[in-house]
Design a protein around this ligand. Structure first.
Ligand SMILES: [Zn+2]
Ligand SMILES: [Zn+2]
Length: 120
């Protein structure tokens, strides 16, 4: 092991443990990334369909009407994004973890997250 640890144990998925080593920051081995991706979709569906989400979403867009893209963006926010992805956060309704994004940037973030999870 080098001084700076470069590998971490796979986080597993759906309560399943896994001893496989993956590059640090990757989170999961291929198999568990796929399993976790299915879990994301399911959790996301539950959250986005809920009444509570509709209320939280409205609050975020009302308080922060402009796209929160870090590099700056002058578009109006139309989508609410989870900074910590919806499948990873303990509280998907925590406004501190939410930010409004314009359509374009929400697409960028979503694609990036899917790529990080190995979904695409
Ligand atoms: Zn694994
Ligand atoms: Zn934007």
């Amino acid at each position: 092991m080098t001084r700076r640890q470069k590998y971490a144990v796979c986080l597993g998925a759906n309560g399943e443990r896994c001893a496989e080593l993956v590059p640090k920051g990757t989170g999961r081995c291929r198999k568990h990334r796929a399993a976790n991706d299915r879990r994301y979709v399911r959790i996301g569906d539950d959250v986005y369909r809920s009444k509570r989400w509709q209320g939280v979403r409205r609050t975020v867009l009302r308080d922060n009407p402009w796209c929160a893209w870090p590099d700056g963006c002058k578009e109006l926010a139309v989508d609410v994004d989870h900074a910590i992805p919806v499948g990873e956060t303990d509280d998907p309704y925590d406004v501190a973890n939410l930010r409004g994004l314009c359509k374009h940037h929400h697409g960028v973030v979503t694609m990036r997250e899917m790529r990080d999870r190995g979904a695409i």
